[in-house]
Design a protein around this ligand. Structure first.
Ligand SMILES: CC(C)(COP(=O)(O)OP(=O)(O)OC[C@H]1O[C@@H](n2cnc3c(N)ncnc32)[C@H](O)[C@@H]1OP(=O)(O)O)[C@@H](O)C(=O)NCCC(=O)NCCS
Length: 106
């Protein structure tokens, strides 16, 4: 769940004040020896396409965001590179809207 007050004004506009369903991206990590080979972005791309697929399922809960808790500043920068924004009230947690995801995968 995410709360409107943690989002930037652009993403918060028009949203209700109660907690909103969101998909939590948990433990995305590449084994050390395989880092730097582009697997991270590939995994993220898969997550994005899965989110779009779930959003089209009439039986799945409706959600507008995917969020993640970054383990450190490096991970945070990685997510920012792919369009995630930091929650106003949680400096190590980031979110991305479904609209941004759809735009990024075309
Ligand atoms: C962060 C992580 C997922 C990135 O995956 P990866 O496969 O190693 O990614 P790559 O190094 O191949 O980088 C791919 C792209 O992401 C960018 N990137 C990677 N790490 C970055 C960082 N810390 N800041 C900014 N960009 C970063 C690269 O510049 C590259 O961009 P390019 O294709 O435009 O050159 C991976 O390094 C990892 O598992 N780290 C340890 C665990 C972790 O931090 N997981 C996040 C949990 S919250």
């Amino acid at each position: 769940m995410i709360i409107k007050s943690g989002l930037d004004p652009f993403h918060a506009q028009g949203l209700p004040g109660y907690p909103l369903p969101s998909i939590l991206l948990s433990r995305l990590a590449i084994e050390k020896s395989q880092q730097g080979k582009g697997y991270g972005p590939s995994l993220l791309k898969w997550v994005f396409s899965k989110a779009v697929e779930i959003s089209a399922d009439d039986y799945a809960p409706s959600f507008r965001f995917v969020h993640v808790d970054a383990i450190d500043q490096n991970a945070k920068k990685f997510y920012e590179k792919y369009g995630f924004k930091t929650f106003i009230d949680k400096p190590m947690s980031l979110y991305i809207s479904l609209e941004t995801i759809k735009a990024s995968i075309g």
